[in-house]
Design a protein around this ligand. Structure first.
Ligand SMILES: [Ca+2]
Ligand SMILES: [Ca+2]
Length: 396
């Protein structure tokens, strides 16, 4: 419920016909200031006698008077709220919550209890709001919170390589209000004015919006888009690292064959990249708004690099057909190596007389795959022909 300013003062029982209310954002109000409101002399007390209670259910232990409480004055001594349960006056066992307009009972009431209240206040009460009130004429715009909240504090962004996230955090904003000063005078039918009252002031603070923080992101720092409106103090950019590692360098293949054994070995050597390549998060700016729609200035941060880290070396092989294995094709995975100290591997026991095509990939922990490093190897025919059979020698 947005806050509103309530003015209340004792009735002037002289020949007053109306009250003139002056308001300004600076102190020292006199008749040259804007007259924002006229209130006719109320004809009767502000009276909510015999308000009929609700039928309460379950463990409900309070009764709310919707809207009415804004006219209540927190003066238990002179203007007590009398409470009846099922017609029986209650001397104790309840408290009046003037701020929220509730009568709160110490113990839960029975489901079918009917509560009534009797309250009167012999005074003038008016709210500085736009909505219509009996006897009140608004001459100026109603008081409004025009002050923005403070900007989010300590906005920072950190990379979490384990989760591949950039995490934006900040600290709570505080709403600020606009201070209004008031004075009231009484006026009679002949147009005579009383002296003005002493000046009072109150700061109208709307409070933060339900989702006070508006997060905007940008790739270039020039074009911004809203990515989230939230009441949390954190925003997570997920799946930041989309940059694959560099390809391995200096990939070579050497072949050794075992004569008559019918197969050969291919030994690959290469140089691993020293580190993964990261990706920059977006840039961010965050501002806060209050319930009235006033916006704070921005808090801003630059991007942060998220680098998930090297995960594995993947070697794939196919029979040479003029192309090389691709990471996601159906060719054989020869080996996956997670130790980046290793820069050689022997693919043993290959059928001879065959050309092989190899691709070596580096994968990061976010699953990004490098370009292939490729090499061919030909295992020459080292198989001797089979023995001659049927050899005979005879004299003819
Ligand atoms: Ca404000
Ligand atoms: Ca990467």
């Amino acid at each position: 419920m947005p806050k509103v300013i309530r003015l209340s003062f004792d009735r002037n029982l002289d020949d007053t016909i109306k009250y003139n209310v002056y308001r300004d954002v600076s102190p020292g109000i006199d008749r040259t200031n804007e007259k924002v409101m006229e209130i006719v002399q109320p004809l009767a007390l502000t009276n909510i006698e015999q308000v009929k209670g609700e039928v309460l259910t379950g463990d409900t232990n309070f009764l709310t008077y919707k809207g009415l409480h804004r006219n209540w004055v927190n003066d238990d001594e002179n203007y007590p709220v009398k409470v009846f349960i099922n017609g029986v006056p209650q001397a104790s066992g309840f408290e009046v919550d003037f701020a929220d307009g509730r009568i709160v009972f110490d113990a839960a009431l029975a489901a079918d209890d009917v509560v009534a209240a009797d309250y009167h206040y012999d005074a003038v009460v008016a709210l500085d709001i736009a909505e219509e009130q009996p006897g009140v004429t608004m001459l100026g715009a109603p008081a409004k919170d025009k002050a923005a909240p403070t900007a989010p504090k300590n906005l920072s962004i950190v990379a979490n390589p384990l989760t591949n996230e950039a995490i934006l955090t900040w600290q709570e904003s505080t709403d600020q209000g606009t201070k209004y000063f008031y004075k009231v005078e009484a006026e009679d039918e002949a147009g005579n004015y009383s002296a003005m009252t002493a000046e009072v002031d109150v700061t109208l603070t709307a409070g933060l919006h339900q989702k006070p923080y508006i997060i905007e992101s940008s790739k270039d720092g020039e074009s911004w888009e809203v990515v989230r409106e939230t009441d949390e103090l954190q925003y997570v950019e997920a799946a930041v690292d989309v940059t694959p590692p560099e390809t391995v360098a200096e990939l070579t293949a050497s072949v050794t064959a075992e004569p008559n054994a019918g197969f050969g070995d291919v030994t690959l050597t290469w140089i691993n990249p020293s580190d993964d390549c990261g990706t920059l998060s977006k840039r961010y700016r965050v501002r806060a708004r209050d319930a009235e729609g006033n916006y704070s200035s921005y808090a801003a941060v630059e991007s942060v690099e998220v680098k998930s880290g090297l995960d594995k070396i993947v070697i794939k092989r196919k029979i040479d057909d003029g192309t090389y294995p691709e990471y996601n094709d159906s060719s054989d995975v020869v080996v996956e190596i997670t130790d980046f100290e290793i820069e050689t591997y022997t693919d043993a026991g290959l059928a001879d007389g065959t050309g092989y095509a190899y691709s070596v990939f580096i994968v990061d922990k976010a699953g990004n795959v490098s370009e292939a490093a490729t090499v061919q190897a030909f295992v020459t025919d080292v198989t001797s022909p089979s023995s001659v059979t049927g050899l005979q020698a005879k004299l003819i």
